[in-house]
Design a protein around this ligand. Structure first.
Ligand code: HEC
Length: 236
């Protein structure tokens, strides 16, 4: 007898069993999001109430966005920039994986030589041990995502932007430049040309080896923007 039939015998159906369990879990998840958004509102009252520039560190936010879409900008800076083309690969693979998740159990994993033994062993187990063994791949996947999301997001100072970027700071900081197109083409382009990012340099010429700490880092590019978010008081 296959797994579906045993489940049905025990009274476990997609409706109502699984759908109800999933609804309860999703409701709890939405409740957590509501509580977090009430507890940690994004400061928007500056200049009347100015947040600290580092506010937001270790506070939950949409960290999965950083992980899935922005991490490439963090790691592929300087001479590594050429690898930026790889950035869409991980989100696309993740999407494809999720798309095929409902039919995953149809993949004949037991035809793979090494796995056949393992799967047969798991089939021999019973009760919690069996459920746990079956759930192990998903648990490991979830753990990897969780660690990645935490590592790529906990340091982001996402609630501190108003500390510097508010109306009292004037054009470019609080308000857009009077003529954005002109600002981008002239002033900002000039900043990028002469400004560069100096904190990581070894010497005034911007020397240092390829890929190392001492490499000249980008200025006002996507990598700079990531550093600006992680360390706004240090990179601007
Ligand atoms: C410690 C002060 C400070 C904090 C906090 C801060 N910034 Fe900035 N930011 C600056 C300064 C200074 C500039 C440079 C402005 C200029 O050159 O006109 C800047 C520039 C920028 C720019 C323009 C970059 C460009 O391409 O010209 C963006 C976008 C930006 N900040 C976004 C943010 C966001 C989002 C946050 C919060 C996560 C943030 N900033 C937090 C000081 C700060």
């Amino acid at each position: 007898m296959n797994d579906t039939n045993t489940a049905k015998k025990r009274g476990l159906y997609w409706w109502p069993t699984y759908l109800l369990i999933l609804s309860i879990i999703m409701t709890a998840l939405v409740a957590v999001m509501v509580v977090i958004s009430i507890k940690y509102p994004v400061p928007y009252l500056a200049p009347d109430q100015v947040p600290m520039p580092d506010e937001g560190e270790n506070i939950p936010g949409p960290e999965w966005i950083f992980l899935l879409f922005w991490q490439g900008f963090w790691y592929f800076g300087g001479s590594m920039k050429k690898y930026l083309v790889l950035m869409p690969v991980i989100p696309i693979l993740t999407l494809v994986f999720f798309m095929f998740l409902p039919v995953m159990h149809k993949v004949p994993f037991d035809r793979i030589p090494g796995l056949k033994n393992l799967i047969e062993k798991a089939r021999g187990l019973a009760g919690f041990k069996r459920s746990f063994t079956y759930a192990l791949p998903s648990l490991i996947f979830a753990l990897v995502i969780l660690v990645g999301v935490y590592k790529s997001g906990h340091q982001a100072k996402v609630l501190g932007c108003d500390s510097c970027h508010n109306a009292s700071m004037g054009a470019r900081m609080g308000n857009a430049p009077a003529n954005v197109a002109k600002y981008y083409a002239t002033e900002r382009a000039m900043q990028i040309g002469v400004g560069k990012y100096r904190a990581g340099k070894v010497n005034a010429e911007g020397g240092g080896g390829e890929g190392g700490q001492s490499e000249v880092q980008g200025y006002k590019d996507a990598n700079w923007q990531m550093r600006h978010m992680y360390e706004p008081t240090f990179t601007w």
